[in-house]
Design a protein around this ligand. Structure first.
Ligand SMILES: [Zn+2]
Length: 69
């Protein structure tokens, strides 16, 4: 599940360039996972659409789950 955190930086000479966008909620240091049409934070669950397809939330809306009061 957890990917190795390599490839987040690309080093050009002595300059460290961020290739991934950092999470606006978690702040710099936490990077958003790059997907085809979106970016998502695996830490706080923040999602950002980066394409035409809206991101699907993982809400159990269709399931008839018993309400947990
Ligand atoms: Zn986050």
């Amino acid at each position: 599940m957890a990917k190795a955190r390599i490839g987040l930086y690309s080093v050009k000479g002595d300059t460290l360039t961020r290739t991934h966008k950092s999470c606006p909620k978690c702040g710099p240091g936490t990077f958003l996972a790059e997907h085809k049409n979106r970016r998502s934070c695996g830490k706080c669950g923040y999602m950002e659409s980066g394409g035409a397809t809206p991101p699907k939330t993982a809400k159990p809306a269709g399931k008839s789950a018993p309400p947990t009061a």
